[in-house]
Design a binder for this molecule. Structure first.
Ligand SMILES: [Zn+2]
Length: 501
């Protein structure tokens, strides 16, 4: 009897363990398979968990960051590199703004931004590292052992970041704290090896891989935060609010904080579109432009797969800036007399959610790939929303007769180089960059559309999107999409446009 009872207990215990294991396994599967496509997409991605103490009074944040890096390359890795962009704002003589913009970037005079590390650990032990690069903007961590494909490294960072007093992507001004490119983000490893490019003063000098984020921000209770991803919880701790955000399969995480924000929102399909604003005139309009752009681009390119999209009025002297799930829009466009510009900039930055956000690319070496396509997508919006006449007029005014011809007139006496495809650092100034990478590249897309016809052109955009979303695309991926749809090679066509001097 005794033995049988014992055996039974054993049996019950074993069954219990198996049941727990099955349950654990299924719930794990359920978590990752939870309806939204990027839960499945995101399961083998690098993971960032960042805990932030936000101190607006002194323009500083104190952070603890865990990064689980996964070697997704097919080669062994011996070092890991992070961009530490805040250091690009440290020295006036290495500023990230061109000389002619310095007054607008620092209306109160130059103000430094930087990052300081308190602790850097690798797999639980102090790491061996160096800080390097043009502005001390690269953190290199040496690995104790080589990281084979599929292996993980656990990196723990404690640091504080000082924000400059500046209305740019990264800094604070009268109304908002702008947190773009604020935390250590992994560099991209590709066929060139690690990409360690500095923060150039032209273009959007960024290149990153899609990752998962969980970010918790402790902020004073009067502060409202707009951020990449979904706000999953807000709790109280004394006089602080604790904001928790989750963002899966996104290539960056940005946030904007203000004690003046009001919000308006609407739902489109599975996405909630938010407008954060402090100027009443423009807040509802920005929401209308943004939601319309989302509806049109969903139809034209493929579905925006995230649950949240935020359009944020920002102290931002550069016009607009795209981050995943969040766009910063210059507050001067919200005043009522700038509606046309508010619409144009909002739609442009939203088009970047597809070209840069979902389909990524190297914005330093292949900037036309997202910027030219985004500019032309903006023109498409006018056609879909207001009809062909308006589209034609916008194409002429903004692009053909606009930035492209104006550039030629402006530089009439000079020998101009019309090559679109070159790295950011080979463009002379913003005018040249704008007219070629935005303007001439958009004309190229217009000509492609004329050559292959509307049906094939939109098929190409959908194919390019579908084949490359959540990845970084190369120009060849676009050529391939053209070939896949039309059955003929377009490489020659692209080469003529991109490299013609
Ligand atoms: Zn753009």
């Amino acid at each position: 009897m005794k033995t049988i009872l014992k055996r039974r207990k054993h049996l019950i215990a074993i069954i219990g363990v198996i049941a727990v294991l099955i349950l654990a396994f299924t719930s794990y599967r359920l978590f990752w398979n939870n309806k939204t496509p990027f839960r499945e997409q995101s399961k083998d991605l690098t993971w960032y968990g960042i805990d932030v103490d936000f101190n607006p009074k002194v323009g500083r944040i104190d952070c603890q960051q865990r990064t689980y890096y996964i070697n997704t390359e097919d080669t062994q890795i011996t070092d890991i590199y992070f961009h530490i962009y805040p250091n690009s704002f440290k020295h006036q003589d290495k500023a990230v703004f061109p000389p002619e913009e310095m007054d607008r970037a620092y209306p109160n005079g130059f103000s430094p931004g930087f990052i300081e590390f308190d602790k850097i650990e690798l797999d639980g032990s102090p790491a061996s590292y160096t800080i390097q690069g043009y502005s001390d903007d690269i953190l290199m961590i040496s690995l104790d052992k080589t990281l084979k494909p599929g292996d993980r490294a656990d990196i723990w960072l404690e640091y504080s970041v000082k924000l400059p007093n500046s209305p740019g992507r990264f800094g604070y001004w009268a109304n908002t704290y702008n947190l773009g490119n604020w935390y250590p983000i992994l560099c991209v490893y590709d066929e060139r090896g690690w990409n360690l490019e500095p923060y150039y003063s032209l273009g959007d000098p960024f290149y990153s891989d899609v990752s998962n984020y969980k970010v918790r921000i402790n902020a004073p209770e009067d502060i409202i935060i707009a951020a990449t991803g979904d706000s999953i919880n807000i709790s109280k701790n004394d006089k602080l609010n604790i904001w928790e955000f989750e963002a899966l399969a996104v290539r960056d995480f940005a946030w904007v904080a203000s004690n003046k924000f009001k919000t308006a929102s609407m739902t489109l399909g599975d996405t909630r579109v938010y407008s954060y604003f402090f100027t009443e005139e423009g807040g509802e309009k920005a929401l209308d432009y943004g939601a319309s752009a989302l509806r049109i681009f969903n139809q034209c390119f493929g579905l925006y797969p995230y649950k949240t999209l935020s359009i944020v009025e920002t102290d931002f002297f550069i016009g607009g800036m795209e981050y995943p799930g969040l766009v910063m829009i210059d507050q001067s466009l919200y005043k009522g007399d700038q509606d046309d510009w508010l619409e144009l900039v909002t739609v442009h930055e939203l088009a970047h959610q597809w070209w840069y956000g979902l389909v990524g690319n190297d914005q330093i070496y292949d900037s036309w790939l997202d910027e030219g396509l985004t500019e032309y997508s903006t023109i498409l919006y006018y056609g879909r929303r207001y009809g062909q006449q308006k589209e034609y007029q916008k194409y002429q005014d903004l692009i053909h007769k606009g930035k492209y011809q104006l550039f030629k007139i402006y530089r009439l006496d000079e020998e101009i180089n019309e090559t679109i495809h070159r790295p950011l650092y080979e463009f002379e100034d913003w005018i040249e960059y704008d007219s070629l990478v935005y303007g001439k590249a958009a004309i190229m897309f217009h000509e492609i559309r004329r050559e292959m016809g509307d049906e094939d052109f939109f098929k190409v955009l959908r194919t390019y999107f579908e084949n490359n979303k959540f990845q970084n695309a190369k120009p060849q991926d676009l050529y391939r999409a053209c070939q896949e749809v039309t059955g003929q090679s377009w490489e020659e066509f692209f080469n003529q446009w991109l490299y013609e001097e």
